[in-house]
Design a protein around this ligand. Structure first.
Ligand code: ADP
Length: 461
């Protein structure tokens, strides 16, 4: 069966190239879109066709729905893959694709809508028996209501934007005195970043691990999980290093969190690939945090240990094929780690765009580099600063760490600053080596006391 003849990729950078690769192997032609400052971008060069859809500013190009749909129409693309970020979780875009007779490679508009409303998603999960972090039932409109809930569940709490994402629109509140101010700040931040000031309240749990489960569903009743990813190495709620499996997970834990993820996916009538994000506390209690209705940046670590090509599966499901595997056919093999290499100052994490004057990427056994960077490329200042994902796969975690350190040493990027040296520091840290990290690890590392207090000592049981 022919899947699609041609797919348009509504994205840029490494994820656009990742999708082009999957299409090539499936014998599907590709259309790249680009803004007028990205004529020399690698995704443009590697696609079969490409179309400039507007100026660099996002609303005129990578977020410009009419321009993207016209590009699909003039090139006869039958489907659109949105990648991550940009329009990938925009229900209006999914709907507009459907109206234009173009297949949106992702879940239904309804699912995207309920996943994007984090407060509503919590309510759905609660109703279906998936544990959520203690907090408000739905959105909270006034500071008085927020304070009342906070007092009931106990400080510290976190005010979160219902339509939040990317670690933004969140405020931790330590006591009643700070609640009103934090509430208004969070509202303002949420309105500015997401165009919606709605907030909800959650208990702020600490120390915790961020553990998420990759799920994949064909819309024909088959929902399979591909195991967990541990994304606890974060800075300001943004992921820096991800690994699979989680160093804290036993078979029993994997089964438990996997079953919860499948239950969550079913509650959302999920179709296509998605991720259920959980908070795991020191006693290994698991709480639903949110659902991401798209492919994740860190999907490669799951691909490495399961052998499942998540992008190809997304395309096949969108074309109407049933899943070709069952839960008991998914086997976890070895260990995989991903380091996000950003064009940033490794001390201050300030973006550092500019021209790459020398570029050499690591290779050899067990190394995968997903990147759109090349020698002479000018990293634009307008877009995300992540310029490469360095992924390793090895027999076990110990060897994966050794391999990652070797790969980081081989990676040479000159002309701009990158976070390579930061990753080397983390990979050498005794707590990381032990697998004993939580979401505050990087902040404690920066303040010089990582390892001395509060480390998440959750041993496999
Ligand atoms: P986003 O969509 O912006 O990434 P998430 O809800 O996924 O937002 O949260 C991002 C990160 O913030 C989590 O990985 C975790 O580190 C932290 N976080 C979120 N909610 C809580 C909470 N209730 N308690 C402690 N940390 C939290």
């Amino acid at each position: 069966m022919k899947l699609f003849k041609k797919i348009l990729i509504a994205n840029r950078g490494e994820i656009a190239i990742r999708i082009i690769r999957a299409c090539r192997e499936l014998d599907i032609k590709t259309v790249a879109i680009f803004s007028d400052i990205e004529r020399d971008a690698m995704h443009v060069r590697l696609a079969d066709e490409s179309i400039c859809i507007g100026p660099a500013v996002l609303s005129s190009s990578y977020l410009n729905i009419p321009a993207i749909l016209s590009a699909a129409e003039v090139t006869d693309a039958e489907a659109i893959h949105p990648g991550y970020g940009f329009l990938s979780e925009n229900p209006q875009f999914a709907e507009a694709c459907a109206t234009s007779g173009i297949t949106f490679i992702g879940p239904s508009t309804e699912t995207i809508k309920s996943g994007g409303d984090k407060s509503k998603a919590r309510q759905i999960m609660k109703r279906k028996g998936v544990p959520v972090v203690p907090g408000s039932d739905g959105p909270v409109v006034t500071e008085e209501a927020a304070t009342k809930i906070a007092k009931k569940i106990g400080f510290p709490v976190i005010f979160k934007a219902s339509s939040g994402g990317g670690g933004r629109g969140m405020r931790i509140v330590h006591d009643e005195g700070g609640a009103a101010n934090a509430f208004h700040m969070a509202q303002r931040e949420a309105l500015a970043a997401f165009g919606n000031s709605e907030l909800y309240v959650e208990k702020y749990l600490n120390p915790i691990r961020h553990i998420e489960v990759q799920i994949i569903a064909d819309g024909k009743g088959n929902v399979v999980h591909l195991g967990e990813r541990d994304c606890s190495v974060q800075r300001r709620h943004q992921k820096l290093i991800e690994e699979a499996p989680s160093p804290m997970a036993t078979e029993k834990f994997r089964k438990r969190i996997g079953e919860l993820a499948v239950k969550a996916a079913k509650a959302m009538k999920y179709k296509n690939a998605g991720t259920i994000e959980f908070i795991v506390d020191q006693d290994q209690n698991v709480y639903f945090m949110e659902i991401n209705t798209r492919v994740q940046v860190e999907h490669p670590v799951t691909e490495e240990i399961t052998g499942v090509d998540i992008i190809k599966e997304q395309i096949k499901i969108a074309a109407g094929l049933p899943l070709s595997f069952k839960q008991n056919e998914i086997k976890i093999a070895g260990h995989s780690i991903e380091c996000r290499i950003n064009a940033e100052d490794p001390e201050k994490f300030i973006p550092c765009p500019g021209k790459i004057t020398f570029f050499h990427q690591p290779g050899g056994p067990g190394i995968r580099v997903d990147t759109a960077a090349y020698n002479g490329w000018v990293v634009p200042s307008q877009y995300d600063s992540m310029i490469a994902k360095l992924i390793v796969h090895a027999k076990n975690r110990e060897e994966a760490i050794i391999r990652m350190k070797r790969a980081l040493d081989e990676f040479i990027i000159e002309g701009i600053k990158t976070t390579i040296s930061f990753h080397k520091k983390v990979l050498n840290h005794p707590d990381f080596v032990k697998g004993s990290v939580n979401t505050s690890f990087i902040e404690r590392l920066a303040s010089g006391d990582a390892g001395s207090s509060g480390s998440n000592d959750d041993k496999p049981s």
